[in-house]
Design a protein around this ligand. Sequence first.
Ligand code: BGC
Length: 758
Amino acid sequence: MTKKVEELIKEMTVEEKAEICSGATWWKTAAIERLEIPSIMTSDGPHGLRKQDEEADHLGINESIKAICFPTASATACSWDRDLLNKMGEALGEECQTEDVNILLGPGVNIKRSPLCGRNFEYFSEDPLLASELATSYVKGVQSMGVGTSLKHFAANNQEHRRLTVDAQIDERSFREIYLSAFEKVVKEAQPWTVMCAYNRINGTHASEHKRLLTDILKEEWKHEGFVVSDWGAVNYRDKGVEAGLELEMPSSHGDGKKAIVDAVKDGSLSEESLNRAAKRILKIVLKAAEKDRDDIEYDKDEHHKLAREIAAESIVLLKNEDSVLPLNETENIGVVGAFAKKPRFQGGGSSHINPYQVDKAYDEINKYSDCDIPYAAGYSLKSDEKDQKLIDEAKELAENVDKLVVFAGLPDRYESEGYDRETLSMPPNQNSLIKELAAVNENIVVVLSNGSPITMPWLQDVKGVVEGYLIGQAGGGAAADILFGHVNPSGKLAETFPQNLSDNPSYLFFPGERDRVEYREGIFVGYRYYDSKKIEPLFPFGYGLSYTDFEYSDLRFDEENITDKENLKVTVKVKNSGKISGKEVVQLYVSDPESEVIKPKKELKDFAKVELEPGQEKIVEFELDKRAFAYYNTEIDDWYVESGDYEILIGASSRDIRLKDKVKVESTQKLPLEYTINTNIGDIMADPEKEKYFNELLEEYLKGSDFMERMENRSDEMLEAMLKYMPLRGLAMFSEGAITRQEIEEMADKLNKKFAV
Ligand code: BGC
């Protein structure tokens, strides 16, 4: 194929090359008939297919074909199940093949910096490792079907507010460790056919013309082989984009983009070589897509609906289950309240909006499991936030006559969408009041939530059960019933922290920024990294979720006690289902560096595994950690760096429920640059015994014949040490009262450099 690409490039005119770098329509790339270069079709993404035939738009306004609406990423992330995401990817790939779509526009791996971001429902997590692991599986799944993906939105698109113009100002370490890390693994391991650049600017430069991001990091460092596509309308100056590494402009700019490229090549401001590079990358994928196009695939909608239900059930998180109010049984006298039970909210708004093939309502599905006829009351209106006392009173009357009450609540459609952020974590006041009033007449309330991102729960203490469904897809009603009745044992765990108050969130003071600028001043302290380090009690912590069974953890073992940063560490732990029913547990591995010279979060997630266990069964769970598990991004060397020392391996059932821990020693094989100057702190020299010894020899040499040492002996060692610790070498002149001259200090620095500089 490479040969063919090379041949084609030679035959193409500048105009033709500029043409294939510019979208032909809203969804399609340009074909060059003369050379038999086909057009390929893209479609949103990520949790279903939004293929639009006519009247295209990127805000989910016009209808698309009917397709399966799977749970959104905020939900699927809670499954912590790589295989499941892979299966979902395969199913989406099949749907794309059936519908002649070559590239599915997803997944989105932007970090949930603030719980207010309107598009958080489309993103996986506040943690880059979890986001990238799940996205890697998803991409592999879709692409195994011969369909490409578009990893988006590259990068730092963490808010919707002013998303086309805002400048995300991020320091390099946080950018690497948090925001880029979520993309890095997916690119390196799954090679998404395309990466979609974000709308926003990053440290002053538009993502669509950010050479460092699109070329130096993505293509050169991470070795991305596919092409970069602009988010729809993200192009600022087209020619600058090509130079920076943005290959395809989408959608069609009706000739503007093409003209800008051709003019720039003609006036020499863009080299033809750069255009060739861009065109080659696109051609490679276009030819690959054409080659993989299949018409032997016709997906089974009912099977995919079943899969959507399975994924939803695996993703639901049981947040509270006091007195084992759940699971329900068939003969219990239960009632259902909440408009969402009959009019489910199962997806978010905007470009990911799917036209679902079939929608299951929780009320109907609950009825299928129960032997009784289940009474229902709406309790609130979805059209307004105003409390409707008549609706509340009807619901209260129902609540008084049942033993257990399931209340469906959450955020209405208008609360969360692409294009704008939320302003509060609160649920609509009419729903909060309803739950409070119901709790006064029924003490067995279970709240089932539909929301794309965290909410506050002022009624938490008044209810016995809380089931977090997120936006759970078209089959979510059935999945909720599966969990409520215990046909599926809940195994989801939160992929983000639920704070008690919005103001607890680390980005709170700086989100969404000032006019067109947002500073990420919390740095690496995003999500649990912040709450843990600041010792702030969340409403529900990262990684949290209950089961109907119990798990015991034991026998944490490492294959080595000491490793270098070039070696991997194998970690094993035994997990046992000590309860009475089978279930799945998400085992989480965090690494902590208790003593570090740099500022680090208290702990960070470095691996996880989901295991299924029958009652009484135990399994050994294995992890393998490489250098990155212990490294931080060091901006002095522009690379990942491991400090030598002891690290703690923590095994937890959540970020706040660490069951086992042990230490391992890791030795660095890298040396940080080191140069001695007259401003080097004496304490830094003394910290290393070898350097301390040499420094003392130097002192003796230069102080020979002076009475300085004698005078020093009258002072306590401790005092002397403390005084010298933060004194730069040049301070010795004054400190020794002239016994060591400035020139001698310069000599000392030179000597130290000769011996120790790196
Ligand atoms: C969104 C992308 C989407 C594209 C096409 C944009 O507004 O940000 O995520 O893929 O539209 O619909």
